[in-house]
Design a protein. Structure first.
Lengths: 323, 321
């Protein structure tokens, strides 16, 4: 038994019903999702070999998978911390009841603006901001409910509106926290260091450096006064550096993704880091064997030497000591 | 924003039968209809506006004539919709039943107008239809845990005397989960005629013997009380009785509730709150949330609540006690 402390990320699908400007997963075609409920339950069972920090359920939008709630129920039965991120469109009053009953620990909604027109324009689907607010209401009504979080991607589209969103969320007692992310190269597009200069994505990138500095410093000031912002001060400051000079922003230390995080995608392929090859597939080997495999060792060695500016590190897996 | 719970989607107007009470097959709108991509796009949009169990009902024409119907059902059920379908059953063989179950279809209404083969085939206009619909029900019944199969019977002057036997058949035959009734109304896609019951082409459809209507409806209510699998509520049968006695009379106490939970989309993509009202827009030019957010939708819903039109939609599909 390894008893390595890991966080498992399960990406249940690569389909989504929104058409977000900062994510092209919806454009990835109709690739079949190979993960099944049975396979996911087996994976959760195998987590007994590890010390588990938690299980992230992601996608696409994972709530579009019909058995997502069964999986959440099983994770909660095993007493693991679980979180899921959703665009909220699936959640009506009936679905909210089921989520609450599943025992999910944390439910994060992707909300980029408090203004319906701005959020809907970024997410490419009219009505989706209203659906999130309705969904929060339905979830909040339940007695046993997950913590409710908001994930917000900072981009040129919502920079003017960010503080309005922050203040609205601060005053909304139903929401436990907000977590900001910086706009990165849209998922499912060919890798390009200078992506933000390209015509397709130009609108996403905040050109006005003074405004970026002002808005993020205001967020820092609000966090100092006790606002429920889940990012650390260091991460918010790192966002400023990144927006001011995206090509030269770099981590100061090596990252430790390979030591704590394991991601399984919808095909069952397992990754330590998306910049490197898969270290195995859950349909061919056990999670434990994959984690300790020669492939995993080689990828860890590459991660140790890696100096890339990296999406994961500035956003989801940011660690203070890196900056 | 209006958040419907049921969305009725009319895929196209093609049909392989020649039903006496529906002349859709005679229309010149046989081509076209809603394609797979438009429907998947619609599914994505409906997720952001619908509430409840998000029921989607595909109709036509005959939905199974749509070349992509299995993929369409799959995409809707993958998105968590409760997908139902109205079908004449003639295209459902063993393989098709399996495909429908795998795609996630939750319920299907199969037209069955009588236990009497001659009556059913006469009303549906094509010989052999009766045998085919029973075969379809048999194939579908292999997936009873997945698909609920309901016989759908249109009450008319032609089958009135055979209804009780039809109920007994459905109960004892084991292929159907339930039977649901509709009352014959103005034949679809025939020229609008408020006195259609007197038109020679359709007069046989109207049950003229009031005493027989009363007797049969009383028998059906009794069977329902005994626990027979009859889907309609008792007060709907009382409404049928009153409708057959006086088809043109407004029935007090029956309030239109369509605007409370239903949305309809026709084969050209036009979205309607009510088939007698103008469309609120088209799914090909606007997202569904944009259409439902229009101020005129609220106005239409208010008008529908106080509408006093004698409307047979209320008698049938969307009856609420």
């Amino acid at each position: 038994m390894h008893k390595d402390k890991i966080e498992l990320s399960l990406s249940l699908n690569n389909t989504c019903n929104l058409r977000c400007r900062m994510c092209r997963i919806w454009n990835s075609g109709e690739e079949e999702n190979k993960l099944t409920l049975k396979k996911c339950l087996d994976i959760i069972e195998e987590l007994g070999e590890f010390e588990v920090k938690g299980v992230r359920i992601s996608g696409g939008d994972p709530l579009l998978v019909p058995w997502a709630l069964d999986l959440m129920g099983y994770i909660s039965k095993k007493k693991y911390h679980s979180c899921a991120t959703t665009n909220g469109s699936m959640i009506n009053e009936i679905y909210a009841l089921k989520i609450a009953a599943s025992g999910l620990s944390n439910l994060n909604f992707s909300l980029d603006s408090y203004t319906p027109a701005i959020h809907d324009a970024i997410r490419g689907m009219p009505g989706c901001r209203d659906r999130i607010m309705d969904a929060i209401g339905y979830i909040a009504k339940e007695k046993m409910k997950p913590e409710i979080g908001i994930n917000t991607v900072i981009s040129n589209f919502n920079l003017d509106d960010l503080l309005i969103l922050m203040d609205a969320i601060q005053n909304d007692k139903r929401v436990n926290h907000i977590y900001f992310m910086a706009i990165m190269q849209p998922f499912n597009t060919p890798l390009d260091k200078e992506w933000f200069l390209k015509e397709d994505f130009r609108g996403l990138w905040p050109e006005d450096k003074d405004k970026v500095r002002y808005v993020i410093n205001e967020l820092i000031a609000r966090k100092k006064s006790g606002y429920k912002i889940n990012n650390s001060f260091a991460q918010l400051r790192a966002f400023i550096d990144y927006f001011i000079d995206p090509l030269h922003f770099a981590r100061k230390n090596t990252c430790n993704l390979g030591k704590e995080v394991m991601e399984v995608n919808q095909l069952g392929d397992v990754f330590l880091c998306h910049s490197y090859a898969s270290i195995g597939n859950v349909f061919q080997d056990s999670l434990s064997n994959i984690w300790t495999s020669e492939k995993a060792r080689l990828v860890r060695a590459k991660i140790d030497r890696c100096t890339q500016n990296c999406n994961l590190l500035i956003n989801c897996y940011f660690e203070d000591e890196n900056v | 924003m209006y958040r419907p719970r049921i969305c009725s989607i009319e895929l196209f107007r093609r049909c392989c039968l020649r039903c006496r009470m529906c002349h859709m097959w005679k229309t010149k709108e046989q081509d076209g209809g809603l394609d797979k991509d438009s429907l998947i796009c619609l599914a994505d949009g409906l997720l952001t506006v619908m509430d409840g169990e998000r029921e989607v009902v595909f109709s036509g024409g005959e939905p199974l004539l749509h070349p992509d119907i299995i993929e369409i059902i799959k995409q809707f059920s993958l998105r968590g919709f409760k997908v139902g379908m109205a079908s004449n059953g003639v295209l459902i063989d063993r393989d098709k039943a399996g495909e429908l179950a795998d795609a996630g279809l939750k319920n299907i209404q199969l037209s069955l107008d009588s236990v009497n083969k001659e009556t059913h085939d006469f009303l549906r206009g094509v010989p052999g239809t009766y045998e085919k619909v029973l075969q379809a029900a048999a194939h579908l019944s292999a997936y009873k845990g997945k698909i609920s199969v309901c016989a759908q019977t249109v009450i008319s002057g032609k089958n009135l005397e055979e209804l009780v036997d039809t109920i007994e058949f459905v109960k004892n035959n084991g292929r159907f989960n339930a039977i649901s009734f509709m009352a014959v109304t103005t034949p679809f896609f025939a020229p609008i005629d408020h006195n259609w019951q007197e038109n020679n082409e359709f007069s046989f459809l109207w049950p003229r013997d009031s005493k027989l209507v009363d007797k049969v409806i009383d028998q059906i209510i009794l069977l329902k009380a005994k626990g027979y699998p009859i889907a309609n509520p008792v007060d709907q049968f009382e409404l049928f009785r009153s409708y057959f006695h006086q088809p043109h009379k407004r029935r007090p106490g029956v309030r239109c509730q369509l605007g409370d939970y239903v949305l309809s989309i026709d084969p050209s993509g036009e979205v309607r709150m009510c088939c007698f009202m103008d469309p609120i827009g088209n799914i090909r030019s606007n997202a569904i949330a944009v259409l439902l957010d229009k101020p005129e939708v609220e106005k239409m819903r208010q008008d529908m609540r106080v509408c006093r039109k004698v409307c047979n939609t209320l008698v049938n599909c969307f009856f609420k006690g």
